[in-house]
Design a protein around this ligand. Structure first.
Ligand code: ADP
Ligand code: MG
Ligand code: MG
Length: 272
């Protein structure tokens, strides 16, 4: 079995720190797919990096949810690890935001409802994504608003005798508690709040250019600051955001709480 090496590479879809994602064609089935190529040259093989790349494939294999990118197969050669994934034709949410400028509340609520549904599912599986951001939310189709969570390369599977710590993920989506040691799956909820804020404003929420500057802005973000960024927001949206971006992790919504909030429910699409 020649496996993933047999695929015909059609075009580059995206790029991350260690990986490249290529639209590929499986000549035997004529099926298009996204091939994530994680180059070993860029990984520190003695280090944790290999572990994260294995965790990504293992988690994707286990998940089965309409709002999580589907896994097909994986392989490895001397140069790289390969993960074959469902091809999401609509590109990522950051690209979409750049095209559209902003999203309206109705569309945002319908997208957030799908994201929280996937987040609720992975949290029930005992997994924290840790890198939820616009670049890791993909659109399944070109002109539809069906989204899928991707990129489980920084994810953490809960263990009974260990708690997660350390800064993973991307500056602008980091939750305040990651700076003070241990944290929980509530970091994902905060990241979803930042994603939503960006969908409403069309802008990054912070101005800082390094982690220390951004950290100060994250720790200072409050409901007044949120409100001033989106003065036209409905009272329901502000109420939703204040619970999703609550710095007190015990008061912050769970994914299930978010799915039950009236701002999500009043825009819910029956066919999703
Ligand atoms: P990294 O871990 O290096 O960030 P990602 O898995 O996030 O890699 O993929 C990088 C980019 O490639 C994404 O932001 C997205 O634009 C694109 N991409 C990833 N997976 C797919 C897919 N299944 N379908 C379409 N585009 C994808
Ligand atoms: Mg990514
Ligand atoms: Mg990654």
């Amino acid at each position: 079995k020649t496996g993933l090496n047999n695929y015909i590479h059609l075009k580059k879809l995206g790029k991350g720190a260690f990986s490249e994602v290529v639209l590929s064609l499986d000549p035997t089935s004529s099926q298009k797919l996204a091939l994530k190529i994680i180059k070993k040259q860029l990984l520190n093989l003695q280090h944790q990096d290999t572990k994260y790349c294995l965790i990504e494939a293992a988690l994707l294999k286990e998940f089965d949810h309409p709002n999580i990118v589907k896994f097909y197969e994986t392989s490895e050669d001397k140069n790289a690890f390969y993960i074959a994934l469902e091809y999401c034709k609509g590109g990522n949410l950051l690209e979409k935001l750049k095209i559209l400028g902003k999203f309206d509340e109705k569309t945002s609520a319908q997208i957030m409802s799908q994201i929280f549904s996937a987040v609720d599912y992975i949290h029930k599986c005992g997994v924290i994504h840790r890198d939820l951001k616009l670049e890791n939310i993909l659109f399944g189709k070109k002109d539809k608003m069906d989204v899928k969570i991707a990129d489980f390369g920084s994810s953490y599977r809960k263990k009974y005798n260990e708690r997660p710590k350390g800064i993973f993920g991307t500056q602008y989506c980091l939750a305040p508690e990651v700076f003070s040691g241990f944290y929980t799956e509530k970091v994902d909820i905060w990241s979803c709040g930042i994603i939503l804020l960006m969908m409403m404003t069309g802008k990054y929420p912070y101005f800082g250019t390094c982690l220390n500057e951004v950290k100060e802005e994250i720790l200072a973000l409050d409901i007044k600051g949120i409100q001033s960024r989106i003065p036209e927001a409905s009272p329901l949206l502000l109420d939703f955001l204040s619970s999703v971006l609550d710095k007190d992790t015990r008061l912050r919504f769970s994914a299930k709480d978010a799915l039950g909030h009236p701002w999500i429910l009043c825009f819910r699409r029956p066919n999703l």
